[in-house]
Design a binder for this molecule. Structure first.
Ligand code: NAP
Length: 333
């Protein structure tokens, strides 16, 4: 029996900022299951900043990007299986198209074991966001008790976990986020020492006032404006983990740092990293994150948009700064 599904794809290359009308909903008939393939239904699509680059360039790790077909991370349920390794009902992590149902090869599936955590957490705190935060704080910055750490996009999924891990390790943690509501979340729920609203007119002065002894470690998620602010308050020999540049994913213009000279004058080290290069540490990271979660020492929030038909709004909203924590689209059950 042939199965048809809705599928999001791009009309063309987004010219400026990605907008909802850059996407359109196609309808496709899926191929019949081959050997080792399974039919999956996404429960959640992961709304991730890194996809913006692939959307703009029509180029990504999967060949389908060259046709403007979106492939992102999902938690999916196997609904039919032609694989000996997976059965109908299994929950899996996999890259999949933004569609109602999909055909995936067994080699691309990772089974999620039954756990006290909701399935969506495997795209956030127990998935790449948690791993990225853990790797950045413990392996890249090597954070130590008594140090002061700042982090941008502090109300986002990676940033909120970064600060909480650093607090566990005994650091003083200052977040940077957009708006009073987000700053309140970062301090009151995530337990940061302070959070500075970068949209306030006196942002840099307020940041300086929050770190009278300067900053030893900075975790960058956003881009040049935040980096400049961090460099201004950095101590000599400070270390910056360069994790993301979300403010610059939607254009190709050169990125200029006003305080570039201070990198030299203060002997600041910038360490760009990609979490996938730290795979040997993932076992330890998952163990520590799960243990902190179980003890109630880590908290997380999710911004969930219901319905595949709203995926473009969810994506554009995430880029604009709507919502806190992990951004997801709920597709099925
Ligand atoms: N290196 C790695 O291995 C790795 C892995 C995963 C993610 N990342 C990167 O980590 C960063 C955070 O990812 P995430 O998934 O946790 O996303 P996120 O922080 O949950 O969501 C994006 C947030 O970025 C902020 N933002 C967006 N545009 C901005 C701008 N122009 N200026 C200031 N803030 C802006 C917004 O927060 P406000 O409302 O506070 O502005 C928005 O809510 C991204 O850059 C991502 O690409 C890197």
């Amino acid at each position: 029996m042939s199965v048809t599904t809705r599928r999001w794809r791009l009309r063309g290359r987004p010219s400026e900022l990605i907008r909802t009308d850059d996407f359109y909903l196609d309808e496709v008939t899926l191929p019949t299951l081959g050997a080792g393939e399974v039919l999956t239904r996404p429960l959640f699509l992961s709304i991730d900043p890194y996809l913006a680059k692939f959307m703009r360039e029509w180029q990504g790790p999967q060949a389908e990007w060259s046709e403007g077909i979106i492939v992102g991370r999902t938690v999916s349920r196997v609904i039919e299986s032609n694989s000996e390794r997976f059965q109908a009902g299994d929950l899996v992590l996999c890259n999949a198209h933004w569609q109602d149902v999909d055909v995936r090869p067994e080699a691309e599936l990772n089974r999620i074991r039954a756990s006290a955590m909701p399935a969506s957490a495997y795209l956030g705190i127990l998935g790449s966001s948690g791993l990225t935060a853990w790797v950045g704080v413990t392996q890249v910055l090597n954070a130590q008790a008594g140090q002061t750490l700042t982090v941008s996009a502090a109300a986002g999924t990676v940033g909120s976990i970064v600060g909480q891990i650093a607090k566990q390790l005994g650091c003083k943690v200052i977040g940077i986020a957009g708006g009073a509501g987000k700053c309140a979340y970062v301090v009151e729920e995530c337990g940061f020492d302070a959070c500075i609203d970068y949209k306030s007119a006196d942002f840099e002065q307020r940041l300086a006032a929050a770190v009278p002894n300067g900053v030893d470690l900075h975790f960058e998620n956003v881009g040049a404006r935040m980096l400049d602010a961090a460099i201004a308050v950095a101590n000599p020999h400070a270390t910056i983990a360069l994790c993301g540049l979300i403010a610059h994913y939607q254009d190709d213009r050169p990125i200029a740092l006003a305080r570039f000279r201070d990198l030299l004058y203060k002997s600041i080290t910038i360490k760009p990293f990609h979490f996938v290069h730290f795979e040997s540490t993932f076992g330890l990271a998952r163990k520590q994150l799960s243990s902190w979660l179980a003890d109630g020492q880590l908290t997380f929030r999710e911004t969930i948009i219901e319905g595949l038909e709203h995926a473009p709004e969810a994506y554009v909203g995430m880029l604009k700064g709507d919502g806190v924590g992990k951004h997801l689209v709920k597709v099925g059950d």
